[in-house]
Structure formats: structure tokens, C-alpha cells
Design a protein. Structure first.
Length: 146
């Protein structure tokens, strides 16, 4: 059954979300199927790939959970997403680099001041980036300890 849905992204994510996922469990399941020849050929290949895909989905899901209680200053004001690379605009606003880069593909104006803007006018928000990195490090360490 699992091998039938192994290549579906939604299934991989649901496996990771289920609460039953552990890396050891998936590894043991793949080894058992190989050892006992429960799956063969393409079915076995797909099931073996599921182990990696679920692990990736779990890591991504787990990483996204870190941002749930992020301070407002760490959130992009345009997309309300966690900033990983904050930059300062000439208007004084801070946004994520990916947000403003995407914005500039469609509109060459600062979204806050409506003045002309280009990528060479933005500068890294170094202090905020350091705060974000320190906060993430603390969150990851507390997660490892719990």
C-alpha cells in the first residue's frame, strides 16, 4: 500500500505529519521489505525512496514549526512569512530579500514609498539577521533538549 503512494508529495507529507514517523521505523520497514522480498522491482524502489522523501518532509515540517511563535519583527511585512535574509529598503522598511526580489520583477518601485527601486539599493539588515539567527539557534537547541 505504501509503495503505491510513495511518489505522491501529499502522501509523504501526511506520513511525516502522522505522529507515527520516526527515521528508525522507516529504515527498519525498508530493510524488512528488502530482506523478506515483500516488495520487488519498481515497488521496492518507490518504497525505498519514501524513506528519504518522508524524512525531507518531516524536516521541512519540523523547521516550519520553529517559526510559529516568531517575534513580529522577524516576519516579512508584505507576505507575513518568516524572514531568512532581511534587507533594508531606502524607505527604511525591512523585508526578506526573496520578497523584494520577486516584487521587483513585477514592479520597479519600493512597495512602501512608491519611489523607484532597484536591487543595488537594498542593503542587508545585519543586526536583524543576527537576532534571527540567535533566536533560531536557541529554538533548535531547546527542541533538541526536549
Amino acid at each position: 500500500m505504501f509503495s503505491s503512494f510513495a511518489s505522491a508529495n501529499e502522501f509523504q507529507l501526511e506520513c511525516a505529519k502522522s505522529g507515527y514517523y520516526t527515521p528508525d521505523l522507516m529504515t527498519k520497514a525498508v530493510k524488512t521489505c528488502k530482506k523478506l522480498n515483500l516488495l520487488v522491482g519498481e515497488s521496492m524502489e518507490l518504497f525505498a525512496l519514501l524513506e528519504t522523501k518522508v524524512a525531507e518532509a518531516f524536516k521541512l515540517m519540523d523547521e516550519n514549526n520553529l517559526y510559529e511563535d516568531a517575534p513580529d519583527e522577524f516576519m516579512d511585512p508584505l507576505l507575513s512569512e518568516f524572514m531568512t535574509d532581511p534587507v533594508l529598503l531606502p524607505s527604511g522598511h525591512i523585508v526578506d530579500r526573496t520578497t523584494i526580489t520577486q516584487h521587483l520583477l513585477n514592479d520597479s518601485k519600493d512597495p512602501f514609498s512608491m519611489k523607484p527601486l532597484s536591487l543595488d539599493q537594498i542593503v542587508p539588515a545585519v543586526e536583524l539577521k543576527e537576532k534571527i539567527d540567535a533566536w533560531l539557534k536557541e529554538k533548535r537547541e531547546s527542541k533538541i533538549q526536549s
